[in-house]
Design a protein around this ligand. Sequence first.
Ligand code: 13P
Length: 287
Amino acid sequence: VLTPFREILEERRAAGAAAGAFTCYNGETASGVLRAAETAGVPAVLLVSAGSLRAPGGRFLLPMLRAAAERAGVPACVQLDHVADLDLARAALEAGAEAIMADGSKLPYAENVAYVRAVAAEAARRGAGVEVELGHIEGGEDVAAATAAGALTDPDEAAAFVAETGADCLAVSIGNVHGAYAAPPDLDWERLARIRELVDLPLSLHGASGLPDGDVQRAVSLGIAKVNVNAEIRARLLVELERRLPEAQPGANLLDLGGALESAVAEVVAAKLELLGGGVAAKEDAA
Ligand code: 13P
């Protein structure tokens, strides 16, 4: 069921849980993500990276993901992830993105505010949501390399930033990175708690691949309402692809291969969703 980004995040926040947001590069990833979310009885955000929109076939990706979200048995929406290009953000909104991660985190503060406001104005015309980033989450979106943490989010500045931009969600930089952690992750929990005190918006944690399960759960308990996962799904897909290729090659069987890849994605996603709380099982326990 296509559901507004804001509504998904607010509902998860109220449930003391977090929404899982998973990068989808094709139909197999999207259906694997949604299958896991439907089994768990939780919403899902289908992320699309700016790089994959520019890649071959990229112009078909967003409409396909939107169709997948519409047909999902759980609340779902499509978000264009980290984009620093207003034209691409606009094109994604036109193609059916329900939210934009307006990433001006490499810009000076005032330019970041101006950029986010421009995206927010476009998004508002279509009832779409906007996520912002302050401080900088290092690391590649589509390619994982060992990465050290970037500039951390300043809690006071974050409070001013969300007030000035009218954002719906703030991505925190508390030692998290995209891709692979160069050193064992050491998240700044006090900083997260302070941001939580000062910013009354759903907060998101990017770079969940490679974080210990306990860290993800702790982040949710400290108020993270959205958790982004990408690299672990890609890595698992490639392992599965290598494993299945020998069976697929003799008959050039793409269909069995697709099914195996979808299941591999669903497994990774199911394991992450379990850490985020608020699923069917949790509701049944509470009843
Ligand atoms: P990982 O690739 O580290 O899981 O990060 C995903 C992410 O934060 C996408 O925005």
